[in-house]
Design a protein around this ligand. Structure first.
Ligand code: SAM
Length: 210
């Protein structure tokens, strides 16, 4: 069974339940194409200390670990992290997985050279944008990079990720970061051949403050 959210939530969903009841729209066994393109093909980011927010079952964290990134990957779903540990062990990847609420985690840890999220910002902005921007500020320092993969309007496609307009991304994340690129990409999904339209947002925290 697939899990398709009906409408945008005003509060955080029960993430662990989404993993328990079926295959969520984001759950794939391969790393995100856009991540592989940026790291493995375009080489836009060198191995560095990396925090993945909402790592899910760890496909991207394992990929980054295998590319010699020093990855800390956080998720609040015990089931997703259980799967992530198994995935990392099978792949022989070194990843530090942390079962925690990222907002709690960010009180104690950081800064990191790279923040990565696939599908975290586009979910959390609906119910906790200000808190999320505060978190991003805490876990970065001037020069840190932030790569976010974000859902975009997908025409008549049903289900899939939340859809964010390019201008909203610029308004929200542009408060903290300069954009290196904001370009279209595909977000893979078990629900739809070819995936969904997405935005690849690569940003850098500038030297000056807010
Ligand atoms: C849309 S899923 C994306 C998962 C993963 N990045 C992927 O692409 O497969 C969002 C993830 O964020 C996690 N999450 C949501 N809120 C969280 C929070 N406050 N702290 C930690 N993890 C959270 C969920 O458990 C879920 O695994």
């Amino acid at each position: 069974m697939s899990v398709v959210p009906e409408s945008r939530p005003a509060k955080a969903p029960d993430w662990d339940a989404m993993y328990r009841i079926g295959t969520p729209y984001w759950e794939t066994s391969e790393p995100a194409d856009e991540l592989v393109r940026i790291i493995g093909e375009e080489r836009l980011i060198e191995p560095c200390t990396t925090l993945e927010l909402g790592c899910g079952s760890g496909t991207d964290a394992v990929y980054l670990g295998r590319q010699r990134f020093e990855v800390t990957a956080v998720d609040c779903s015990p089931l997703a992290l259980e799967r992530a540990h198994i995935r990392a062990e099978r792949a022989g990847a070194v990843v530090r997985f942390v079962l925690d609420d990222v907002f709690e985690f960010a009180q104690e840890e950081g800064p990191f050279e790279l923040i990565y999220d696939a599908g975290f910002y586009h979910s959390v902005r609906d119910y906790d944008l200000d808190r999320y921007l505060d978190l991003l500020w805490r876990v970065t320092q001037p020069g840190s990079l932030y790569l976010a993969l974000v859902g975009a309007a997908s025409g008549r496609a049903k289900g899939g990720p939340p859809q964010v307009a390019k201008d909203d991304i610029r308004d929200e994340l542009g408060r903290l970061f300069d954009f290196v690129h904001l370009r279209e990409c595909r977000l893979q999904s078990p629900l739809r051949r070819g995936g969904y339209r997405g935005w690849s947002c690569l940003m850098r925290r500038p030297d000056y403050g807010l």
